[in-house]
Every structure is written in C-alpha cells, then in structure tokens.
Design a protein around this ligand. Structure first.
Ligand code: MET
Length: 392
C-alpha cells in the first residue's frame, strides 16, 4: 500500500508543471470566465471581448510575430467551477497567465491557486474590495467599485436635488454585492443622504415582494441595488410593478445589456456608473477602433464586460512584448516558470491605452484608471433591447 502511495505521489509530482517546461507557441493565455449558469449573462460578453482581442491582436502580429492562443475554460457561476478551470489551465494547458474569473466570489476561491503556482491572474471584472490583496500574482484591470459606484449617486442628486431618503438592497450571498453595498452605504452618508432601509436578498431569488414592500413603506426616493444580473433585473421590474416611482441606481451587476430582457421596458431610467462607455469614443482612438470592430463582429455595441475582457488580453500581450524588448529573448525560449514570473512584473510596469482609456497596474496589482462614466438605461419600443445612454 505504502509503495502504491509513493508511486502515486511520484506520478502526481511529474504531472505538475515541470520547471523545465518551455512556453508553448502559439502562446497560451487562459480565459476562465462563466460560459454557463446565470453568471454567463456577464461571461458571454467577456468571451466576445476576449475573442475579438485575440483575432485583432494576432492579425497585428501577436507578440512581435508570435501568435497567441486563448484557452477557454468555463468556470460556470460558482467557486468550484472556477477552481476546476484554474487547475486545468495551470497544470494541463500550461498557460502564461489567467484572465478571470467573472465573479469576485469566485476569485477569492480560485486566485490563491494561481498565486501558489506563481502564475499571473488578470481580473477582467472583479470589482470587490480586497482582490489584489489575495496575492503577489493577482491583479485586475477592472476598477473597484470604491472608485466607480459613488458617481451614480452624485448623478441621482443632480437629477433630483432634494433627494434624501435612500433604500439600499443587496445580494448577501455574493462577495462583490456585499462589498459594493458598503461602498454605496458609505457614499450615501458622505453625500449627506439618509439610508432609510437596508434589504437583503439572494442572487437566486425571483420574488422580491418583501423587499419592495419595505422600500415602499420607508418612503424612499432613491433605491440602490447591488446584485447580479437576473436578480437585479427582476428586482427593478417588481419595484416598478408594485408602484415604486423614484430613482433607481444599479451597481455593476446591472451594467449589462443581457439584463434588459429581464426588466424589459421597466429597466428605463436606471442609472449605472461605468468604467467603460462605447459613447466615449471621441477622445480615445483605441475605443473608437474597438467599438467599430465589435459592432462589425457582433452586430451590437460593446458593453463594459466585453471592453474589459478585450483590455485584459491586450494588456497581457503588451506586457509579453515588453519582456521580449527588454530581454532580447523570444517568449518561446523562456521556461514557463520564468516567463510567468517575468510577466507578473511586466504587467505592473508602464501604461496601456485600452478601450477604457489609459490604465496601469500598481505594484500591488490594483488597476489605476482615470475616466469613469454614468449612463442611464433607455429601452427600445420592443421592450427587450436598449442602450446605456451616457449622462455624465
Ligand atoms: N463585478 C462583479 C464581481 O466582482 C462581477 C460582474 S457584475 C456582477 O463579482
């Protein structure tokens, strides 16, 4: 028995990424996002953005002439799915970096695995507090809600200057939503508004009668929602159906056109703070170019999750090109472990001109971004499609 265990241990050790592994070509970059489950409402947009980046960057020569190959692993919507996807990408596909996962809830479970494997993670959509702090190899290009969310409250105050009574609702079983609501609640206080009720729900809920009744009873003139797409969309719908007439601010979970069919015409006028806007193309040629290419490829405008996934691939490719420039050595001549370490450093130097404008990654792994937007949802007469129309 003992011998079998030792033999098994040896086999397992051999299956680990051997230190002598060279980087494969085309250069494998892992994409671990939610292609299935409810979270795919965001994940599918990420796949679209990432695929467009792969196509366009390879057409432009990849990494100084060496092509990249995105390796997609579906994380589905939970922690176990993300952990499994990360393990496959690290050990089987031997990727140079992982872009993902979709949810912060998944990042807290899966990112430590990549960190232990000394492989850079670039979060394309994680906006909770504490993501870069997971480890040395964990970074993100998605601005945290602490920087983005308060802008939508300020916009609501511009629209209704006598605004005072705020109802706050959040999904208590999701790390990002629980984090975002604290940002909103702090900002509400700082802006001199009053929180009149705090209501919790689950991302799996479909009936929000209890929460809506509390909002109406509290006589709120602003509702602030932190949740994912389907739950938040249903919540907006039921607020309106049951007679709530005030303003609604949605967090990052409502920042997706995939939510439009959920609340239909009742999505109208929801305010959302954004780290990306396809409306902001004038000052940024990279965005103009990206938005046009996206429109041509998918027959619709890009949403934030697509733009951020595109930017994540772009940032990894540019960081790889920088390594070649600085060392004079081709990526394919590196040993995998050395390249992963060099890439982690390279990601954190210099700036990147992306569809979200100029961004950089601090040594901590936190993104540094300059421009943010607030949009309001304007639905089309079909009640299924609509747009985020830039208001500030
Ligand atoms: N920003 C979210 C998070 O960090 C993911 C997409 S929107 C709900 O979990």
């Amino acid at each position: 028995m003992k011998r079998i265990v030792i033999a098994l241990a040896l086999v397992l050790c051999a299956a680990q990424p051997a230190l002598a592994d060279k980087v494969a070509t085309p250069i494998p970059i892992g994409i671990a996002v939610a292609q299935t489950s409810n979270v795919a409402l965001f994940g599918q947009e990420q796949v679209n953005g990432a695929k467009l980046a792969e196509e366009r960057l390879n057409a432009a020569g990849g990494v100084n002439g060496t092509k990249i190959a995105l390796v997609f692993q579906d994380t589905a919507g939970d922690e176990a799915g993300a952990v499994n996807a990360f393990q496959n990408l690290l050990n089987r596909d031997k990727v140079v970096a992982i872009i993902g996962p979709t949810l912060s809830q998944q990042a807290f479970a899966a990112n430590p695995i990549a960190d232990r494997a000394k492989t850079p993670v670039v979060g394309p959509s994680n906006t909770a507090k504490g993501i870069p702090e997971i480890g040395e190899f964990v970074g993100r290009i998605s601005a945290p809600m602490t920087q983005v969310a308060p802008n939508s409250l300020k916009q609501a105050m511009k629209i209704k200057p006598d605004l005072k009574r705020v109802a706050v609702l959040y999904a208590q079983n999701d790390a990002f939503s629980s984090s975002e609501t604290t940002t909103f609640q702090d900002a509400i206080k700082e802006l001199g508004l009053e929180t009149v009720t705090v209501q919790k729900f689950q991302t799996t809920d479909t009936d929000f009668t209890t929460q809506v009744t509390a909002v109406l009873g509290a006589n709120a003139d602003l509702v602030v929602i932190s949740g994912l797409a389907a739950d938040s969309g249903n919540l907006v719908k039921q607020l309106r159906q049951l007679g709530y007439k005030g303003l609604i601010v949605g967090g990052n979970g409502l920042n997706s056109p995939n939510m439009f069919p959920v609340c239909g015409a009742l999505c109208n006028d929801v305010l959302v703070a954004q780290a990306y806007s396809p409306g902001a193309v004038d000052k940024n040629p990279v965005n103009k170019d990206f938005a046009a290419a996206f429109e041509a490829a998918y027959k619709k405008g890009p949403a934030q999750f697509s733009a951020q996934a595109y930017a994540a691939v772009q940032v990894v490719v540019e960081a790889l090109a920088k390594i070649e420039k600085e060392t004079g050595k081709k990526i394919a001549d590196f040993e995998l472990a050395d390249l992963r370490a060099a890439l982690n450093k390279s990601l954190r130097t210099g700036t990147y001109l992306t569809p979200m404008g100029e961004i950089s990654m601090a040594p901590s792994g936190e993104v540094q971004q300059k421009d943010f937007y607030v949009s309001k949802i304007v639905m089309n007469p079909d009640g299924k499609t609509g747009a985020f129309v830039l208001v500030s």
